[in-house]
Ligand binder design. Structure first.
Ligand code: SF4
Ligand code: ZN
Length: 279
């Protein structure tokens, strides 16, 4: 496939997703949740190229050399592109590394390490993005991630967990909650990788070392295996989900959140999941 044609198509698809799902308006301040990896770096690059003047926010997870390299890479990238970067240290926020929290909490609460990390990251990203005045928080989730999430929720017996997923996450409107957007929602992971490689982004293509053996990794491998014979499987899962999720959600289009009694952040229960973990 011709390189220029591919790059053009890739960028048009992102721009079309932003337009069709009204992901960003002119008054928005957009923060991109960066990991230093290909997906979020691509989102940051595209939003900057499209003129949305995004800022970058990275959580330093302190997962050894993997985090150090990601941090160095995103600093280099933001400097080259003239993008403001905010770094938040998990160690400073929580008083210890994410690995330490995971090892203690994982044993006591019987939670998967990625579940713990994911909950704390979402909590911190929302809080920090709001503190920076963001009205939209862009993430690098791609079609493969979304198809995996649909299956994960089904296999965990909780499909309703994902009913608010989509290019714009949630129908929750709350002053404390920064709307999350996913400009790469319809892009396949292999295309994001190709785009990132063609543009020479300084990123690591390795997965997080802690993801090995996680349930998500198993599902990723499972779907990749199926797609060797059935190449539209992930796309079909997502298309089916886009039809089913509004039906599962029912007529309730607005959900009111309450606030955690301990940290004051948006929560569905009296104590948010983050505070349950940290307690
Ligand atoms: Fe955290 Fe798991 Fe993602 Fe690693 S793979 S950053 S541990 S959620
Ligand atoms: Zn809380």
């Amino acid at each position: 496939m011709d390189k220029e044609w591919f790059i053009n198509e890739f960028e048009n698809k992102a721009s079309e997703t932003i337009r069709k799902y009204k992901l960003i308006n002119n008054a928005d301040k957009v923060i991109v949740a960066c990991s230093g990896g290909k997906d979020s770096t691509t989102v940051l690059y595209l939003l900057n190229k499209f003129g949305y003047k995004p800022e970058a926010l990275i959580l330093d997870l302190a997962i050894g050399s993997w985090s150090e390299t990601n941090l160095t890479n995103i600093k280099t990238f933001c400097k080259e592109e003239g993008i403001k970067l905010h770094v938040v240290s998990m160690r400073e926020e929580f008083g210890c590394s994410i690995c330490y929290i995971k090892s203690i909490v994982g044993q006591k609460q019987k939670l998967q390490s990625c579940t713990i990390c994911g909950i704390l990251k979402r909590w911190l990203l929302n809080k920090k993005a709001r503190g920076l005045g963001a009205t939209k928080l862009a993430t690098g989730h791609n079609l493969d991630d979304e198809a995996q999430t649909v299956l994960l929720n089904v296999f965990n017996g909780n499909p309703k967990l994902g009913i608010k997923s989509g290019p714009k996450v949630g129908i929750i409107r709350d002053r404390m909650f920064v709307t999350r957007i996913k400009p790469l929602f319809f892009h396949r992971e292999r295309d994001v990788r190709r785009y990132s490689e063609l543009l020479g982004f300084p990123v690591l293509y390795d997965k997080c070392p802690c993801s090995v053996g996680s349930f998500r990794s198993l599902i990723r491998e499972f779907l990749n295996k199926i797609e060797k014979d059935e190449p539209e499987t992930k796309q079909n899962i997502l298309s089916m989900w886009m039809v089913l999720s509004p039906l599962l959600a029912g007529r309730k289009t607005r959900e009111k959140l309450s606030y955690c009694k301990l940290c004051g952040e948006p929560a569905r229960n009296a104590i948010c999941k983050s505070c349950q973990i940290l307690s």
